[in-house]
Design a protein around this ligand. Structure first.
Ligand SMILES: Cc1cc2nc3c(=O)[nH]c(=O)nc-3n(C[C@H](O)[C@H](O)[C@H](O)COP(=O)(O)OP(=O)(O)OC[C@H]3O[C@@H](n4cnc5c(N)ncnc54)[C@H](O)[C@@H]3O)c2cc1C
Length: 440
């Protein structure tokens, strides 16, 4: 019986497990080694908002894992891989032999390297344990400073505001969401936040965090000091690759994988935030530290570990976030400097659209609009479909140049929906995770 060892119980690891069991119905040994129990980081903002309880954060209980015949080593860390002997070495001793190994150890948050960053009431918001601390400690009308105005910071703004925090967002770069929207889009979002009482300070560099009368005093290289009760650092992440360095696995920014999620070493796969795999738009390899890529990679790796030969065309970079009822999304090569860009801002409302073309193909898009404007949600889906499928829009390019908001007709006329239907990960409808069962 083949033995699969999965390292990491996040989205990528869990999707690999369910795919393995969907395909082999229990006909293999699965050992899950993970520092944390299986849960989804993506739902932590809802936990912070107190709209879901802790039990809803977990993706699998210990009884579900037992039902799927998964042997678990939760709370244990992988330390080293001996690929010649096909052994995983655990921190603190112990080895596990494998036939197939999946590395799905995700990423870790980085804190701004300033004095006081490790002090009391200064937290990252990445793990469940950090989310528990912030959620329990957050008082109504607490003064909260969020350092970093990127995607992760924006996923928690709603929760912080709705729980009555008085919020200041500090960004080192000259605009907010610098890796998600351009200058025009960022200006609209900043205005939207300011109108809702969120203070935004851009081009501001934190230099130290001090304690002052039970509160935190934030010092900056430029700009006035800021007092806060709680500081949340959302200043970037990095893939957890260090522990794999001695294994001979090829690493760039992440672990390099092919279109089967295979590394350069036979029988070793990587998936999710840690993996640098094909990007569907550029064809080059990239780390996409987002949930859909973790899910896609996990399913592909699981299918191939089960003995299949399943390739994927590439993952799509996409970031979608709703901030105080403003929907913000970008897809693919949204900042490609060599693409032809068509963009429009609506004069009467916060609504922005940018389409980036290479030839007849949309390679990237940015969309901003009120969540309650029905077109916003519809167009988010359609733009994603256009970029993902890369359909030929040559006949519609001129129309879209002058009317970037009118994507629906182009989407339909180009047959995008039909192309999307054929693009399921494993080439057939998937089985819901809760319905997967092993044969007795
Ligand atoms: C607050 C928040 C909101 C987010 N919102 C979104 C969103 O709206 N949309 C979106 O697309 N993405 C979102 N993300 C990002 C998304 O959660 C990640 O891309 C996703 O979790 C990646 O899954 P993964 O399985 O690769 O890694 P992870 O989920 O990070 O899982 C890694 C696993 O590996 C374990 N591990 C790490 N090192 C070791 C080791 N040495 N040995 C053993 N185990 C180890 C960890 O304990 C963990 O179980 C959000 C993230 C956060 C924190």
């Amino acid at each position: 019986m083949a033995r699969h060892v999965i390292i990491g119980a996040g989205t990528a690891g869990w999707n690999a497990i369910t795919t393995l069991r969907e395909l082999d119905k229990g006909g293999s040994e699965i050992i899950l080694v993970s520092e944390e129990a299986p849960y989804s980081r993506m739902v932590l903002p809802y936990y912070l908002a107190q709209s879901i309880g802790e039990s809803h954060v977990y993706t699998a209980s210990s009884s579900r894992l037992a039902e799927l015949k998964v042997e678990t080593r939760i709370g244990q860390r992988a330390e080293q891989i001996d690929s010649a002997a096909k052994k995983l070495v655990l921190e603190g001793g112990g080895e596990i032999e494998y036939d197939n190994l999946l590395i799905a150890t995700g990423s870790s948050p980085l804190k701004a390297p300033v004095p006081g960053a490790d002090g009391d009431n200064v937290h990252s918001f990445w793990t469940l344990s950090q989310a528990q601390t912030v959620t329990a400690g957050l008082r109504k009308e607490a003064r909260v400073a969020v350092i970093g105005a990127g995607f992760i910071s924006f996923t928690i703004l709603n929760a912080l505001v709705n729980r009555g925090a008085i919020l200041t967002v500090v960004e080192l770069e000259s605009r907010i969401l610098p890796r998600m929207v351009d200058e025009t889009g960022a200006t609209i979002v900043e205005k939207w936040l300011a109108e809702r009482g969120v203070v935004v300070r851009t081009a501001t560099k934190l230099s130290a965090i001090e304690d002052k009368n039970g509160a935190k005093l934030l010092r900056f290289e430029n700009g006035p000091d800021l007092e806060a009760d709680l500081v949340i650092m959302a200043t970037g992440i990095r893939p957890n690759i260090e522990w794999t360095r001695s294994s001979g696995i090829e690493i760039n920014s992440g672990i390099l994988v092919d279109d089967h999620c295979r590394t350069n070493i036979p029988n070793i796969f990587a998936a999710g935030d840690i993996a640098e795999g094909p990007d569907i738009v550029t064809g080059r390899k990239a780390v996409h530290a987002i949930e859909p890529t973790a899910m896609l990679h996990g399913r592909i790796a699981g299918a191939n570990m089960a003995g299949g030969d399943t390739a994927f065309a590439g993952s799509l970079l996409m970031n979608i976030v709703d901030v105080l009822d403003l929907e913000i999304a970008s897809f693919g090569a949204w900042d490609d400097p060599e693409a032809e860009a068509f963009e429009t801002v609506k004069p009467d409302r916060p609504a922005f659209r940018k389409l980036l073309f290479r030839g007849g193909r949309v390679v990237g898009a940015v969309i901003l609009g009120k969540t309650r404007d029905i077109w916003t949600t519809n167009d988010v889906g359609m733009l994603k479909g256009l970029v993902y499928t890369g359909v030929d829009l040559s006949d519609w390019k001129d129309h879209l140049r002058h009317n970037p908001f009118d994507v629906k007709r182009a989407f339909l006329a180009a047959g995008t929906a039909g192309q999307l239907l054929s693009k399921t990960v494993l080439g057939r409808p998937s089985v819901p995770a809760g319905e997967i069962a092993i044969s007795s």
